[in-house]
Design a binder for this molecule. Structure first.
Ligand code: 5GP
Ligand code: ZN
Length: 115
């Protein structure tokens, strides 16, 4: 499958690893929009949030468990944001489910900007 994030998981495209377990892989975003900007992705290919089903949803809980663990271990105590963009209007550019984790600065809130 010609999927950028599947290639990153396979090590065919280099990335800066933040965390890895049986179910998920996390790495630094190549174009960070906050001092901390990580991407958490399932090791199985799921095209996005709209493709989560009762059969594959377990990995979403695993990813959020990993996010809680990694942010705590990184000493992020003042908060973080988790975002998943799904589809064209949301600006999804990579069709492999991913959760942006943003931290390291106070963040506003609007539909136009994640930060
Ligand atoms: P989306 O726009 O789909 O929500 O997020 C895709 C994210 O993947 C973007 O923030 C973009 O910077 C990041 N990205 C795209 N290609 C690469 C890559 O080759 N390596 C890494 N580390 N991040 C990437
Ligand atoms: Zn994929």
């Amino acid at each position: 499958m010609d999927c950028l994030f599947c290639k990153i998981i396979a090590g065919e495209i280099p990335s800066t690893k933040v965390y890895e377990d049986e179910y998920c892989y996390a790495f630094k975003d190549i174009n960070p929009i906050a001092p901390i900007h990580w991407l958490f992705i399932p090791k199985t290919h799921i095209s996005g949030a709209s493709a989560v089903t009762a059969e594959n949803a377990d990995v979403v809980g695993r990813i959020f468990t990993a996010i809680a663990k990694v942010t705590a271990e990184a000493g992020i105590t003042s908060g973080f944001r988790v975002i998943t963009n799904c589809g064209e209007d949301a600006g999804q550019t990579v069709p492999h489910l991913h959760f942006h984790v943003l931290a390291g600065q106070p963040m506003g809130w609007s539909a136009e900007s994640g930060v």
